[in-house]
Design a binder for this molecule. Structure first.
Ligand code: G
Ligand code: G
Ligand code: MN
Ligand code: NA
Length: 255
């Protein structure tokens, strides 16, 4: 109960921050976008992981207010990066959206408002959804279609982990698949992980989904995944999630 009140206070007093993890093009290591990851800067406990409060916020519905803030802040940041380097290809920003948000028809208005307030082109926003969140839910599908109509892109996050049917890929209007890091972890030594990564890459290519491999920690993993056809990668090899100026530094270090 304390946590619920604390979360209300956190929403009111703006105690959340976003850190960003680069998503790189495997062919040349160029940063093409980032994923926004929320942290709770708790007055006594310091930075609290989303694992500790997102599930609670989903149950209480507080995720709607928290998610609205995360959308606005991510769009504002992406627009600021774009304005600061007008001569480079702008970074896109990926924002995680929980099932509860996806079942809320107001999400579409929230997204449109966040884009408009920031002056961010819709194509620079990627909404990351999980298989579990979109499974067998008509409202979620309708919301995703409406987001697509706005010009926003959609990514299927943690791909391969949920008990979903592959038929979802035929009905769910996503642009990209993010291969879950559990298939990347031991991909160099466990041939069964490589087999799944291969199958996902082939399927994504045939269905014209872009692919992002998550949790890349070594050069060997990156090379293997690139060989399997993955275009983009994300993981500690490139960078941990960092504050906004860290992204600017990483980008200029590469330039
Ligand atoms: O950043 P970290 O590795 O600790 O993230 C842990 C989990 O929290 C991930 O599954 C991630 O998708 C989720 N998460 C991070 N930021 C957000 C957010 O803004 N909204 C939602 N719904 N989930 C988030
Ligand atoms: O939204 P998603 O569930 O994909 O959340 C990404 C999570 O993975 C975040 O908690 C992020 O901090 C974490 N992460 C990102 N890169 C790596 C990595 O290379 N290794 C590990 N173990 N975790 C990672
Ligand atoms: Mn994600
Ligand atoms: Na993931």
């Amino acid at each position: 109960a304390v946590l619920i009140r604390e979360l209300d206070q956190a929403i009111e007093e703006n105690q959340f921050v976003l850190v960003y993890q680069p998503i790189v093009r495997l062919a040349d290591g160029e940063i093409s976008g980032v994923e926004a990851l929320i942290r709770w800067n708790h007055p006594e406990r310091g930075l609290v992981s989303p694992i500790e409060f997102i599930p609670i916020a989903e149950r209480t519905g507080q995720i709607v207010a928290i998610g609205r803030w995360a959308l606005q802040e991510s769009c504002r940041q992406a627009a600021a990066w774009r304005a600061a380097s007008p001569d480079t290809v702008p970074l896109y920003v990926g924002v995680n959206v929980a099932g509860r948000q996806l079942r809320d028809p107001d999400l579409v208005t929230d997204v449109a408002d966040a884009l408009a307030a920031a002056g961010l082109p819709a194509g620079l926003l990627v909404i990351e959804v999980t298989e579990t969140a979109v499974l067998d839910d008509e409202q979620s599908h309708a919301t995703m279609e409406a987001l697509r109509d706005l010009g926003v892109r959609l990514a299927l996050d943690d791909f391969g982990t949920a008990a979903s049917s592959l038929g979802l890929l035929l009905t769910c209007p996503v642009n990209s698949l993010k291969l879950d890091r559990s298939f990347v972890e031991s991909i160099n030594t466990v041939s069964r992980q490589a087999a799944v990564a291969t199958a996902v890459s082939q399927m994504a290519s045939a269905l014209e989904f872009a692919t992002v491999a998550e949790g890349i920690e070594t050069v060997e993993q990156a090379e293997l995944l690139q060989g399997l056809g993955y275009r983009y990668g994300q993981g500690y090899l490139y960078s941990r999630p960092v504050p906004p100026d860290g992204i600017v530094r990483l980008r200029s270090a590469l330039a």
